[in-house]
Design a protein. Sequence first.
Length: 142
Amino acid sequence: MSAQDLIDSLNDDLAYELSAVIQYLTYAAKVSGPSRPELKAFFEAEIPDETGHAQYLAGKIVAMGGNPTTTPKPVPEATSAKQMLEEILKAETEAHDRYAARAAQAEALGMKGLQVQLEDMARDESEHRDETQRILRRWETD
């Protein structure tokens, strides 16, 4: 993988982070039902982490000589709270996997600082995934 390939991949990751911010913001606004207060708070609490990831990626892309994307990936439609949680779970799982792969790519290019940051971001995404799984398990038993 070349440095340009890594920039391109980081831009793809950035597009997903922009989508995640929109997804959490939109789902927080749209969620309804008896679990609304809990889910709204949960969705809103994730926005700063996803925004921080996007800020880091945009800065790193520029530092590497690239141009950060401003186009998010599409946000999946969800009409029920359960669908929202399922879409979040899918997105967080995919984000974890992308960052784990990207960390290995950064390591192969000798970019230790980027590698460590991407590993931290993968950890963040796995924590988001795990919390979403716990909420979904409760959702299924309620």
